[in-house]
Design a protein around this ligand. Structure first.
Ligand code: AMX
Length: 437
């Protein structure tokens, strides 16, 4: 069965479960809210629903019930590669089913039709000052696509219907995930390669095409596949996914919603951390290792300098995870099995930081999770392959994150989730409740 038919069947099968939960069990209490959660970023409050992925604090992410190794193992691989295509992962995220090779081939073919980006999008990005951050360019590029939103067109047609609305979100979502790598490659070439643009390769899958569009080597094709899949989804509460969900809940179309999500991803406590990690590591090399090899003692000193200056150690800590992020581990394993990379001085330094930072953060005593997250390991791989413009790294994250965010809002509409509108209270109210105990 084709992707859309499979998805339709899944959504229709799922709807009665959601309806029953609301109608028969709507008042069952699943959490309570404390004052520190209210002030402290709603941490851990259970109030979002998604079946696309689940983040266990100890185990890390599961996509559609599968761990990262299980996901890579289960999905059909790109030709001649150990990694699945992004297209097969898109099918999997949307439907929860591992596609057959024939189903993957169908998605790959459809992806190619959808990935054509209108010229006005490139014009809008080109009109920005060249020294704009590439995340601004990406957000503008996605927002520019809004003009042709099929969901917005459906809403304005006067025939809007809640039961079929998801089909138009699906159309936009699919267009968006197919186009965002092309827009990202355009931004890369515009900003760092003197606007020498490389064409789409119509014979290539998403990962291979992205590698070719940014002038990368064959090996990088797997880096792109791995990177986009690993960064795709981290359940619903993180800033980029939650923002996308929130904005779409007002029936803003997927372009408005994901442009907003990208603006959240651009924060240093979220997706920008990958560029901050490289910045920190390279500055460490320049400051401490001009004439000497890095040592654990030097790394320890640099970490304390950062903490004593009131800054966070980028790439370490997490709001939910309490162990090393399996996305970190997966990328580290890629480094260890890649001959040149495993001996690369920067990778060795990142490995040394991994051995040192958790102990320092534990001694510092603030971070609830002293272990590395996805961003601590991702930049060194890009650096090794010559993609050294680290302000671009969050754009790569944004290309991957689109897969999860778009799968999520397609299901949001399929299940008819309501506009999000939590209730706020005032400080005197909190003080009164505090006194009352
Ligand atoms: N270095 C120094 N201090 C840290 C820290 C780190 N890596 N991680 C947490 N802390 C501090 C917090 O700033 C906070 O200090 P405060 O009490 O003075 O405000 C205290 O420890 C408690 O924070 P927490 O409950 O452990 O973390 P959180 O849920 O509030 O924040 C996160 C989570 C990721 C923002 C935080 O760990 C951090 O800033 N890490 C560094 C930035 C980073 O790597 N971000 C990327 C995360 C993954 C992603 O989204 N891409």
């Amino acid at each position: 069965m084709a992707l859309k038919e499979t998805l339709k069947q899944k959504i229709e099968e799922h709807r009665p479960r959601t309806t029953r939960l609301v109608k028969e069990f709507g008042k069952v209490i699943i959490d309570q809210v404390t004052i520190d959660q209210c002030i402290g970023g709603a941490r851990d409050i259970r109030c979002l629903v998604t079946d696309i992925s689940y983040l266990d604090p100890q185990e890390g992410i599961r996509f559609r019930g599968k761990t990262i190794p299980e996901t890579f193992e289960a999905l059909p691989k790109a030709a001649g590669s150990d990694y699945p295509t992004v297209e097969s992962f898109w099918y999997f995220l949307l439907t929860g089913e591992v596609p057959t090779q024939a189903q993957v081939d169908e998605v790959v073919a459809e992806w190619k039709v959808r990935q054509e980006v209108p010229q006005y999008v490139f014009d809008a990005i080109r009109a920005l000052p060249r020294d704009s951050h590439p995340m601004v360019m990406l957000s503008v590029g996605i927002l520019a696509l809004q003009k042709d939103s099929k969901f917005a067109g459906f809403y304005n047609s006067g025939k809007f219907n809640k039961m079929t609305a998801w089909e138009y979100v699906y159309e936009d979502a699919y267009d968006l995930v197919a186009r965002i790598p092309v827009i990202a490659a355009f931004i890369y070439n515009l900003k760092y390669k003197g606007d020498k643009q490389l064409p789409i390769d119509p014979s290539a899958d998403c990962g291979a095409n992205f590698a070719r569009m940014i002038g990368q080597c064959k090996e990088y094709e797997d880096v792109a596949r791995m990177y986009f899949i690993l960064h795709s989804d981290h359940e619903s509460g993180n800033v980029s996914a939650h923002t996308t969900h929130l904005v779409h809940s007002a029936l803003s179309d997927p372009y408005y919603a994901y442009s907003a999500g990208l603006n959240g991803l651009a924060g240093p406590l979220h997706g920008l951390a990958n560029q901050e990690v490289l910045d920190w590591t390279i500055k460490f090399q320049e400051k401490y290792c001009k004439d000497v090899e890095p040592t654990k003692e030097l790394v320890t000193k640099a970490l304390w300098d950062t903490l004593n200056a009131g800054q966070v150690v980028p790439g370490y800590g997490h709001a939910v995870l309490r162990k090393t992020d399996p996305r970190y581990t997966s990328q580290r394993e890629f480094c260890l099995k890649t001959p040149g990379l495993k001996d690369d001085p920067l990778f060795k330094l990142v490995a040394m930081i991994f051995e040192t930072a958790p102990g320092v953060l534990m001694e510092h005593g603030k971070a609830k999770n002293p272990w590395p997250n996805v961003d601590a390991q991702s930049g060194v791989i890009q650096w090794y392959y010559g993609l050294r413009e680290w302000d671009f790294y969050t754009v790569l994250f944004g290309v991957g994150r689109a897969l999860g965010c778009m799968a999520n809002i397609t299901w949001d509409r399929g299940l008819g989730y309501a506009i999000e509108r939590p209730k706020s209270v005032t400080t005197p109210m909190l003080e009164k409740w505090a006194e009352e105990g």
